[in-house]
Write a protein that binds this ligand. Structure first.
Ligand code: NAD
Ligand code: ZN
Length: 351
């Protein structure tokens, strides 16, 4: 086995390493802070990676349910009570083994249990590896909306074991590719030219750099929401038949059109978005059929990143940045310029 690639997330005394590679899960013990005497592994039933994790201290495995409904305050109470049962003290550790759902929930439970104990993330989806497990955003949903309750809580370390991707359903791979395409536009890097370990490590490094410069999203970190304003609206408008990463792919192409409508980029850059997302990454760039544009406009106006009217993260001469006060005309015009899936195009959005 080759040794994993190590990427550092630079956050002063909260800095940590992300280990990327095949078999990296076998290194999890090296990320557990000194002094930890026991651990709880939080995972989901059937996750093939949970059996590969040996924290090197006595541990208990606790499973949570699959699906966004499990991302709830009820699950946080359930987990914290299991932590008590397992005898976790303030100097012990939680190990999250799963996709973004598990790392968000287990990370938040760790952030509040005994007012905060250590957590190590073992990301087992592509989206988790390149995005969710990195950067310390944790939280759960309320019936009123996604990710409304949470905390910034940095892990002590993260493992991206590429073996996990061998069993990941194709649709989940696509979701990770949607976020990866986003990094392409944030940096201009040709990530697809890299082999898988270097590609995942590069995505981690891009996110680490952004998070390291703005941990709590007072400014630059918002660029990680590139493509996400329409994406969030699409997820809601399709009742989540469109998955997050699929919606981000379409949202990137849409954001390019909004930028063009504002004269921030030219047509060539719009075509580049369509080409990179649709051809290089092989993702759908089309709006699903039959969505009411006015519904999308109003949902985009409610996006929680909105500070002053319609706020977008847009490409431009200075690169990708947050732009407030985008006129609704430009938002509507760009919607009319989007390709739309032919009827029956929902085939790309399996339930
Ligand atoms: N904290 C952040 O910065 C951040 C960023 C992006 C997304 N998120 C959150 O992440 C969540 C989505 O994460 P996700 O896309 O990883 O979805 P997920 O965690 O729900 O996992 C998707 C599916 O894949 C399964 N799975 C996980 N690993 C597997 C493996 N190795 N083999 C086979 N199946 C496997 C899961 O059981 C689940 O059914 C959302 O709740 C989102 O809000 C958080
Ligand atoms: Zn995202």
């Amino acid at each position: 086995m080759t040794s994993p690639i190590t990427v550092r997330v630079p956050l002063a005394d909260r800095s940590y390493d992300v280990l990327v590679g095949r078999g990296a899960a076998s290194h999890v013990a090296s990320l557990i802070p000194a002094g930890v005497r026991r651990a709880v592994v939080v995972t989901q039933s059937g996750n093939p990676m949970s059996a590969r994790v040996d924290p090197g201290v006595p541990y208990t495995v606790v499973e949570i349910a699959d699906g966004e409904d499990a991302k709830s305050l009820a699950t946080i109470e359930f987990l914290c009570r299991r932590f008590v049962d397992a005898g976790l003290t303030r100097s012990d550790c939680v190990i999250a083994v799963g996709g973004g759902l598990v790392t968000d929930v287990a990370g938040f439970a760790a952030s509040v249990y005994h007012r905060g104990i250590a957590v190590v993330h073992v990301a087992t989806t592509l989206l988790g590896m390149v995005d969710a497990a990195i950067g310390g955003k944790t939280g759960v949903n309320l019936p009123e909306g996604k990710n409304l309750v949470g905390a910034f809580w940095q892990p002590s370390g993260v493992v991206c074991d590429l073996d996990a991707l061998d069993t990941l359903p194709e649709r989940e791979m696509r979701c990770g590719m949607g976020e990866m395409a986003k990094y392409h536009f944030l940096t201009g890097d040709d990530l697809l030219a890299l082999d898988l370990p270097d590609r995942v490590a590069r995505c981690v490094a891009i996110k680490a750099d952004v998070v390291g410069s703005d941990e709590r999203e007072s400014g630059r970190r918002a660029i990680l929401n590139y493509g996400h304003t329409l994406a969030h609206a699409l997820e809601i408008a399709t009742d989540h038949r469109m998955a997050h990463g699929e919606a981000v792919a379409v949202g990137l192409c849409y954001a390019a059109r909004v930028a063009a409508a504002l004269g921030r980029v030219g047509d060539a850059r719009v075509h580049e978005h369509d080409h990179v997302v649709g051809v290089a990454y092989g993702l759908s760039t089309e709006l699903p059929q039959g969505l009411d544009p006015e519904l999308l406009v109003s949902l985009m106006g409610r996006d929680k990143k909105a500070l002053n009217g319609l706020t977008f993260v847009l490409d431009g001469p200075e690169g990708v940045e947050t732009v407030a006060g985008v006129p609704e005309d430009a938002v509507r015009l760009a919607l009319t310029q989007m390709p739309t899936a032919p009827s029956g195009g929902r085939a790309r959005m399996q339930p």
